[in-house]
Structures are given as structure tokens and as C-alpha cells.
Design a protein around this ligand. Structure first.
Ligand code: SAM
Length: 239
């Protein structure tokens, strides 16, 4: 794999804070490099520049150059139509509105990579994921940026907790046990869509990566372990 400098330099060239104020590009290169030379569909929520139609768009230029074969779709709450270009399709709408998310998917999907760099409001982050993750192509990646807002009350965040799923970090933490749902002894458990379709989750500084693929593998250790009396493995009840 090439150096993350490739992406960091592109971010600098296009004045994108993903490689300057933040060091996201080193993580992004690690995850995105395998998709670089493929004709992927990439969606970014949040174009930048807020109410000025001509402002923002730095990251779109970065993705256009980093993924030379990709088609890039992007959503912003404000009119960002001046940023439309070859391989770049612009949508206007609210990321918490399932209607626009479905329309983008119909017009430009299914997406291989979805990156949420929009409002960073906790309810929006969770709502967009709930709508878009099932539409993401298997083998794809869902990325959420600036999840430090999970701790900021002004954007619907709260102090860290193991049981509060109203914040973005709390919501994704609640999905971690699902990675191992096959091996958790409990009676009559019906796996969720997330249990069966999240292959991995990575939490990094201010970032979460969720890899989508079938999560059906069973541990070979199951054969050797006795489950506590009264419990059963969900897919292989013991007689
Ligand atoms: C941090 S900027 C995006 C920066 C851009 N991705 C970049 O790296 O160059 C966030 C953008 O999200 C947009 N935004 C805010 N609330 C939104 C919402 N509810 N739905 C869609 N976009 C929203 C803002 O207008 C702003 O332009």
C-alpha cells in the first residue's frame, strides 16, 4: 500500500482540513486505498461553506483526485449546485430526511463508501446511518467524521455512558456486542440487521468506520464450550 502522504498532500493542495487541522487522511488512506482504482460510487454528506453556494467543496476535489474512476455524490442542507462537475453530483437536502437519502441512492447508488461530514448533530448522524447503511453495497464502508460531538450537549451529545444510545458514540457502542452475536449464550435471540451485516467497526480519534458485509461466521470454540444451563446458542440449540 502506498503512503498516506498521497491523500494528505491532496488534502493540503485543495485546502481541505481532513489532512490539516485533523489527521483523518492517514486513517482514510488505510481504509480507502483498496477502492482507489475501482469505479466506485462515493457519497459525502456535507459539502462545506454553509450558506454561500460557491464556498466549500474542498473534500469533493480531494475525492475526485484520489478516486480517478469514482462517481461522487454529495449532499448539503444549502444550495451547492455550483460544485457540480464531471463525476460530481450535488444534492440539496437535510440529512435527517429519509426522502432525500433514498433519492440519492436511487440516482447515484448503491454506494460503496458513505462519509458523514454533515451537521454532526447526534440525531442526524444516527438517522442517516439507519437509512443509508441498509442501502450501502455489501463490501462497502460507512464512515462518520467528528464524532467528538457525541459529548457536546449543544449538538445532542452527553457525557460518556455505556447505556445511552441517543449519542452517536453511544449508538455505535451498542452495536459492538452484535459482532459476536453468534457466540452469545441467550435464549430465543433474533439477530438484528446490524448483527448480520456489520463485519467490523473501528473507533479512532473523532472517527468511526463501519465495514458492511455478511457476519455469519461461527467460532470453532463453540464446539468446546459448555453453555450455562438454560442457555443455548441462538443458531445451534444444544439438545
Ligand atoms: C464541516 S462542513 C463539510 C466540509 C466538507 N466535507 C469538507 O471536508 O470540505 C459541514 C457541511 O454540512 C452541512 N450541513 C449542516 N447541516 C446539514 C444537514 N442537516 N443536512 C445536510 N447537510 C448539512 C453544512 O451546510 C456544511 O456545509
Amino acid at each position: 500500500m502506498s503512503s498516506p502522504d498521497v491523500l494528505t498532500n491532496l488534502a493540503r493542495r485543495h485546502d481541505c482540513d481532513k489532512g490539516t487541522a485533523h489527521s483523518y487522511t492517514r486513517h482514510y488512506h488505510k481504509y480507502f486505498a483498496p477502492y482507489r482504482d475501482r469505479p466506485i460510487n462515493f457519497l459525502e454528506i456535507g459539502i462545506g461553506g454553509y450558506g454561500d453556494p460557491h464556498a466549500g467543496g474542498s473534500s469533493l476535489k480531494v475525492w475526485r483526485d484520489y478516486f480517478p474512476l469514482a462517481n461522487i455524490a454529495a449532499l448539503d442542507f444549502f444550495d451547492k449546485s455550483p460544485h457540480a462537475a464531471d463525476r460530481i453530483t450535488i444534492f440539496q437536502g437535510d440529512q435527517s430526511d429519509p426522502g432525500i437519502l433514498h433519492r440519492m441512492n436511487e440516482q447515484c447508488g448503491p454506494f460503496d463508501i458513505i462519509l458523514d461530514d454533515g451537521s454532526h448533530e447526534n440525531t442526524h448522524v444516527i438517522r442517516s446511518f439507519e437509512v443509508l447503511f441498509p442501502l450501502l453495497r455489501p463490501g462497502g464502508l460507512y464512515v462518520i467524521e467528528d464524532i467528538q460531538t457525541a459529548y457536546w450537549p449543544g449538538l445532542g451529545g452527553a457525557a460518556p455512558s455505556d447505556n445511552d444510545t441517543s449519542t452517536s458514540v453511544g449508538f455505535f457502542k451498542s452495536l459492538v456486542d452484535g459482532l459476536n452475536y453468534k457466540e452469545i449464550p441467550r435464549k430465543g435471540y433474533v439477530p438484528t440487521y446490524y448483527d448480520e451485516n456489520i463485519l467490523s467497526m473501528t473507533f479512532a480519534h473523532n472517527l468511526i468506520f463501519i465495514e458492511k458485509d455478511s457476519n455469519q461466521e461461527e467460532s470453532n470454540l463453540l464446539r468446546d464450550f459448555d453453555f450455562p444451563a438454560g442457555f443455548e446458542h441462538y443458531s445451534k440449540p444444544r439438545g
